[in-house]
Design a binder for this molecule. Structure first.
Ligand code: TRP
Length: 458
């Protein structure tokens, strides 16, 4: 993926619909689906979170993804240039959206480092040690090792981006993604059939309990939706700009959504019931946060014959999903530096590598020596996650909605989408972009900020 500047007339393009859908799905499917979605679902009420998430994804997420893709295809530019070209007053939205990956990449790589540690653990046959509930907290509270793995993850990402082998990424995704789906399915079925108490967990995960609903459920689900669908950070605008005119935008977006939500759903179906099974139905085990995947999955693998092999293969898949996403994130940041700071590719890579390293260190140390340091009640990793997903992305999304709804008008997008056939969800699109989404975002943004500052409790 390459963000080219405005003077570049030879823009690369996807070969066809499949190319676009797979590339977008490859960027969408990552740690967000396998690591982040399940722990949020567990924490925010299970079924009710799932329901809110799906409603948001098919209305709001759909509309925003269509809008971003169409803006990209219409202008043939990436985020900063696209907003600038359409209306100078909205250039800042392009900048804001582009700043998001700068914040996400470092902490994403810290988690990527944890995944690598687990691969090596399983390969070395230490599955049963990792199945111990204390293994993960003990591991992350050490200082050096997580930092080394983080360093390796960001180094691998940087080397790939440095040499610019984006073409290879598409190939890797094409092979890895189907294997990942197959493996998750297999493990879900195996786990559900063999675990005790699994049914309680499945019910918790699937059946909405409205008493567990709070505005925080919506805040968390919305943040997750932006993150998982890679919205409000300019990515889909760039992808749209690589898209040919004869591809049906709305159909492609439906497919990307299905792919993305499907993998998230399956990961939750694996992890949430496992928490029930291994905690004997104790719901308090659900609130573990970022460590959830790393604590429960090894337990499942430990019950399987050849658990070490399955664990290794599974974490290798997770690693590839994370790596392809990290590469897209880094590529975006690198291309911004190339365009705006006029650095060459290599220098730009080095700058991004160094800054990610610096920003990632606090996220990693936040679990060990700096675990007492809390800003707004959050440790570093959660803080970066919160600022990007729950503040910057909603602001960028709000501005995009206002921009599309009241400045260029929904018709501009609808026309672009209708270039090849009817845009069936035209009405839904206009209503969401003009009214529902902006109102929702403002309510949510304000309440989540008040909540963090302790002014209200939601
Ligand atoms: N969507 C990715 C995931 O679910 C993470 C992500 C966020 C991302 N923004 C991105 C990936 C931009 C690539 C590009 O893990």
């Amino acid at each position: 993926m390459n963000t080219k500047n405005q003077t570049d007339t030879k823009r690369s393009s996807f070969t066809g619909k499949i190319g676009f859908v797979l590339a977008a799905a490859g960027s969408a499917v990552g740690l967000g689906n396998i690591w982040r979605f399940p722990y949020l679902a567990a924490q925010y009420g299970g079924g009710i979170f799932l329901l809110v998430y799906i409603i948001l994804a098919v209305t709001f997420g759909f509309s925003l993804m269509v809008a971003e893709t169409a803006i990209g295809r219409k202008t043939n530019l990436s985020a900063i240039g696209a907003f600038q070209a359409l209306d100078k007053r909205f250039s800042w939205v392009g900048y804001l959206a582009s700043a998001v990956p700068i914040i996400i990449l470092p902490y994403y790589s810290v988690i990527g480092g944890w995944v690598m540690k687990y691969i090596f653990g399983f390969v070395a046959g230490e599955g049963s040690q990792m199945a111990d509930s204390n293994f993960f907290p003990n591991y992350t509270s050490t200082t050096a090792e997580p930092l080394i793995w983080f360093f390796e993850f960001i180094a691998i990402t940087s080397v790939i981006v440095f040499f610019g082998v984006e073409k290879g990424i598409e190939k890797v995704s094409k092979i890895m993604m189907p294997i990942l789906i197959f493996l998750i399915l297999f493990i879900v079925i195996y786990a559900l059939l063999t675990m005790e108490n699994a049914l309680d967990g499945v019910i918790y995960y699937i059946k909405p309990d409205f008493s567990k609903f709070s505005i925080m459920t919506v805040v968390a689900a919305m943040g997750q939706m932006f993150y998982s669908m890679s919205l409000s950070m300019g990515i889909m605008i760039t992808f749209g700009s690589y898209m040919k005119k004869d591809i049906d935008i709305s159909k492609s977006v439906h497919q990307i959504e299905l792919f993305d939500t499907g993998i998230a759903f399956l990961s939750g179906l694996l992890i949430v019931p496992a928490v029930f099974a291994f905690s004997g139905g104790d719901e308090s085990a659900l609130g573990q946060g970022p460590g959830l995947m790393f604590v429960t999955l090894p337990k499942i693998f430990n019950t399987m014959p050849a658990g070490n092999v399955i664990g290794s293969v599974f974490f290798i898949m997770v690693f590839f999903a994370a790596l392809t996403s990290a590469i897209s994130l880094m590529e975006t940041v690198v291309s911004i530096f190339m365009d705006k700071a006029k650095l060459n590719r290599k220098l730009s890579c080095i700058v991004v590598f160094a800054s990610s390293l610096l920003l990632g260190i606090p996220s990693s140390l936040g679990f060990s020596v700096w675990s007492k340091v809390k800003i707004l009640g959050l440790q570093f990793l959660d803080l970066f996650d919160f600022i990007s997903n729950n503040i910057m992305m909603p602001v960028a999304a709000f501005a995009t909605c206002i921009f599309v709804g009241y400045f260029i008008k929904p018709k501009a997008i609808i026309d672009e989408v209708s270039v090849n056939g009817k845009f069936k969800e035209e009405k839904l699109f206009s209503t969401v972009i003009r009214f529902i989404a902006p109102i929702c975002i403002v309510t949510i943004l304000v309440s989540s900020i008040l909540n963090v500052f302790g002014i209200i409790k939601i």
